[in-house]
Write a protein that binds this ligand. Structure first.
Ligand SMILES: [Zn+2]
Length: 205
């Protein structure tokens, strides 16, 4: 894959992408025309390029790997108490409508001699969120990544998300907040561990 760094002018952000920005620019221009707009009017002239760069950013998780993100932040530890990282913000794009969904991820795990630097959990969540996603799969992928990196006694992931595809399209507003979870190891087998995790999440709110 041919990766290159791009710098997005309106955010000042630099990141790696292998997206063909020229092709994305063409697609965005075509879409603007298709909805009946005049792509040459002042407010829209630079929009195709901005859209291309925005999509490069929103899908940059495809170009990241777990190894890069963890990058040696696994430490030995004797603790076998539950560790909770709650309220991690995420922003993703639903794969059914290409509209955003966003919310909070809560991750709990019970280590087995190994722990991971706390900031890495947010980065793992972000890597998977910056792809076309389903909220259900996002929870599963985060849980499995923690299993892969730490081989813990167990891990639980709960995600609360608001889906613009439901909120903006009108009819199903009552289902707009979705909660999904993935439990592995002792979190799956032992109801008391799972309940402790769920209780801890709610006391943080
Ligand atoms: Zn959707």
């Amino acid at each position: 894959m041919d990766h290159k760094m791009i710098k997005v002018e309106d955010t000042g952000l630099s990141f790696e992408t292998n997206l063909n920005l020229e092709r994305m620019d063409d697609l965005a221009r075509e879409m603007i025309i298709m909805v009946g707009e005049d792509v040459t009017r002042e407010g829209l002239v630079k929009t195709p390029r901005r859209v291309a760069e925005a999509w490069a950013f929103l899908t940059r998780g495809y170009h990241q790997t777990l190894e890069q993100i963890v990058n040696g932040a696994v430490f030995e530890a004797e603790s076998s108490e539950m560790i909770l990282v709650s309220g991690v913000e995420f922003y993703s794009v639903c794969e059914h409508h290409l509209l955003p969904f966003f919310g909070k991820v809560h991750i709990g795990y019970i280590p087995d001699k190994r722990i991971l630097g706390l900031s890495k959990f947010a980065r793992i969540a972000d890597m998977f969120a910056r792809r076309l996603q389903l909220q259900e799969r996002l929870a599963t992928q985060i849980a499995e990544a923690v299993v892969e990196v730490l081989r813990p006694q167990g891990v639980g992931v709960v995600i609360e998300g608001l889906h613009l595809c439901m909120m903006m399209r009108g009819v199903e507003k009552q289902h707009s907040k979705a909660t999904t979870s993935a439990m592995r190891g002792i979190f799956k087998k032992d109801a008391r561990t799972r309940e402790e995790f769920l209780r801890l999440i709610h006391t943080q709110e």
